[in-house]
Design a binder for this molecule. Structure first.
Ligand code: PLP
Length: 388
């Protein structure tokens, strides 16, 4: 199997797994039971890992919360801000192409009486295809807006959002800004010293860490207003009473190691996956007449290097996937592939439902090789030809 679905998940880097192991097997103390040495050593290793995560993202260590992943982080950020007892504002702004882990939280708030504005993104034929329409964002803001939540980078078309501009617009109206940075952290620079976003969510398994661990970071917040979160999980009072439950030093150390490696290797990995994506796209274009790209141009700085999303002439993505079972890729978003509806990201970009159904997504990762891409092209082209 050739794995080209690195937006859905990535394999755990063996160096990350190696760092985790001693904290699972040998040094297994509870980091919250610090009355003895085993608890204290676990706590101190975990604290050092949290400090490393914080320094890579440009926030203070005490503004990092460890969660089970980005879904939980998004829930905690959005619900936590909007449902806090001291929250007076009742309006939330988001984009039309967020992950369901944002859209569903916002929809539930709407059911509970919050006002929600879903701002569209620029259409596929616009130079800023996939980026949120900043004029419409500014027009959506009012003095009742509690939160603007816009993802940093998209999991289907790889588009990178103008987070600094989004944050400036939100802050001007006195709203907080959360970004689901799940596809961005570990792939592109996310420095909250330079980009004034208040909260970001991420999951370790998107950058070669294990599944089941993620984070929510809270930077400064806008002057005069603190980021206050209503806890979702209550219990032992861990993590400053915001997220109870025994923390896993192994998971936190894995997250920190994965992020450290990703930051250290990011330029090299970006070049490499960019080259492999170019090779894949050239091969597909040569073998499949009429195939076209969805989202920003491949040489655009608005698009993440490993992402390729394309539309097939004549056949549905699902059929192509079935005919090419030796290659792992996805139609629409793998995270919501239980849902047979065409991708809301592609229809949000202005594609018709039928065009969205004829679209597929590839995510190239750091462990892919040029030989794998050549072989994948052969399989994909012959699979396509067997169907038309
Ligand atoms: N947000 C985005 C943009 C994603 O791509 C994903 C997963 O694909 C998630 C959130 C959910 O992440 P997790 O399943 O790790 O909680």
């Amino acid at each position: 199997m050739i794995y080209l679905d690195n937006h859905a998940t990535t394999p755990c880097d063996p160096r990350v797994a190696q760092q985790m192991m001693p904290w699972l097997v040998e040094h297994f103390g509870n980091p919250h039971s610090t009355s003895h040495e085993m608890g204290r050593e676990a706590k101190s290793a975990m604290d050092a890992a949290v400090a490393m995560i914080a320094s890579h993202l440009g926030v203070a260590a005490d503004s990092v919360l460890i969660t089970s992943g980005a879904t939980e982080s998004n829930n905690l950020a959005i619900d936590g801000i909007c449902r806090h007892p001291r929250q007076r504002r009742r309006h939330v702004v988001t984009s039309t192409i967020e992950h369901p882990a944002v859209l569903d939280v916002v929809a539930r708030l709407e059911k509970d009486g919050f006002r929600v504005t879903r701002v569209p993104v620029h259409r596929f034929d616009h130079p800023l295809a996939g980026q949120i329409d900043l004029e419409q964002l500014a027009a959506a803001m009012d003095d009742d807006t509690a939160l603007v939540t816009v993802h940093w980078a998209n999991n289907e078309i790889g588009v990178i959002q103008p987070m600094s501009q989004i944050a400036a617009i939100a802050h001007q109206a006195g709203a907080l800004v959360h970004s689901d940075a799940t596809q961005a952290v570990g792939r592109i620079a996310v420095d909250l010293q330079r980009v004034d976003v208040d909260l970001i969510s991420a999951s370790a398994h998107k950058f070669y860490g294990p599944k089941g661990v993620g984070m929510l970071t809270m930077a400064g917040g806008i002057p005069g207003r603190r980021v206050r979160l209503k806890p979702m999980i209550v219990g032992g009072g861990q993590q400053r009473n915001v997220r109870s439950g025994t923390m896993s030093p192994a998971n936190v150390i894995a997250l920190a190691t994965a992020l450290d490696l990703a930051v250290a290797e990011s330029a090299q990995v970006a070049r490499r996956v960019g080259d492999l994506r170019g090779q894949l796209w050239d091969g597909l274009r040569q073998g499949i007449e009429g195939i076209c790209l969805n989202g920003p141009p491949l040489d655009s700085s608005m698009r993440m290097e490993g992402n390729l999303n394309c539309k097939l002439p004549g056949i549905e993505g699902e059929s192509w996937m079935a005919a090419c079972s030796d290659v792992a890729f996805s139609s629409g978003s793998a995270c919501s592939s239980v849902d047979a509806k065409p991708s809301h990201v592609l229809t949000g970009l202005g594609l018709s439902e039928s065009e969205a159904r004829r679209s597929v997504r590839f995510g190239i990762g750091k462990f892919n090789t040029s030989e794998q891409i050549d072989r994948a092209i052969e399989i994909l082209v012959s699979g396509y030809r067997s169907l038309v």
